[in-house]
Design a protein around this ligand. Sequence first.
Ligand code: PMT
Length: 404
Amino acid sequence: MNTLTNKKVLLGITGSIAAYKSADLVRRLREQGAEVRVVMTAAATEFITPLTLQALSGQRVHSLILDAEAEAAMGHIELARWAEVVLVAPATADFLAKLAYGHANDLLSTLCITTTAPITVAPAMNQQMWQAPVTQENCQRLQERGIKIFGPAMGSQACGEIGAGRMLEPLELVQCLEGLFKKGSLVNHQILITAGPTREDIDPVRFITNRSSGRMGYAIASAAYAAGAQVTLVNGPVSLSPPLGVQISPVYNAQEMLEAVMTHIPTTDIFIAAAAVADYRPVQQATQKLKKKEAVMQLTLERTPDILATVANLPNPPFTVGFAAETNNLIDYARSKLQRKKLDMIAANQVGIEGVGFDSEENALHVFWTEGSVELSRCSKKEIANKLVDLIIQRYQLKKRLSS
Ligand code: PMT
């Protein structure tokens, strides 16, 4: 039996060109044995006809709130009660704003504030609209209320631009919904992960950074999601596709990473710092490109905020896992970071070796906690992330048992 067999999925469709994918989504959900009922906004019906969705779902499609005939059969309250999960796909920027502020001026938004079923949304919009601070604030509000955000994906958009804002593909959304019904040790847990490098500007065209690709942090995010967690990934500039089901918060420099992390910390159960944050930044950033005048040039640098130490030293920190990237004295340096930064665990990797660590497909880790350690031998970052997440779950659960 599939995870979605007999699950009652209320699919909301709003007015985006990505609505054409919703037809395939209905088909994919039904293939998995789900019962699907479709609610469309008026704008959605401009992109795809209710008849198409009726044919695919085998059910009447609802779109009007003041529909005497529908209210006599399965009215909006019954639909809200019927649903075991609501998925709004595509969800426009306008609909996210409506949902964030509890508007109820059409059938879909009314259902969303009436239902007790979990609500999930798959945003689809132009990349600038997705990045707009107001859209990000609305998403933050939605997440704080437990609404899950699936995607969006990176890529080329219908408007001709390239960036994050594409609706996830139907099969990816099916997997995201399966994740909701899956049992896992991290269900109902919020995991926050940092990944990738940061960039510290010298002038408008030059910056200080490092070789981190973000792969290690992304693999951990996928492993935590597969274990049932709600995962937020704060990453510096990387060129990777967002992992399935994970909320991405892109940042540029260490200060932005700190701010993004601190916004999520109050609701975080486990914090994993896999990012290679630049340790220093220029004291001053030139507003114009620096000219090459002297034979030797000096840059004055200052320390960036230590994000990991800031989190670990909070009065009520989450379970905190750091990384240590070392070219030498791996064990001594890792143990000393574990103690000095007051961490629950640290995953140390030897860097500067071909094929592991920075910007590679594989890694090897030596993981330490106060009372012990374990070596995870060289394998793909995906495999090692699964092993690391298993280890984190064990230590986290033990700490919880001991403190209760
Ligand atoms: O991204 P990949 O290409 O996949 O490579 C993976 C990786 C090598 C980057 C990763 O496995 C790794 O080791 N990440 C940590 C790199 C690092 O910056 O290590 P560090 O020893 O300098 O820092 C120690 C810890 O403090 C890290 O958890 C780091 O995220 C954190 N830190 C460091 C500085 C700072 N200002 N703030 C921090 O939070």
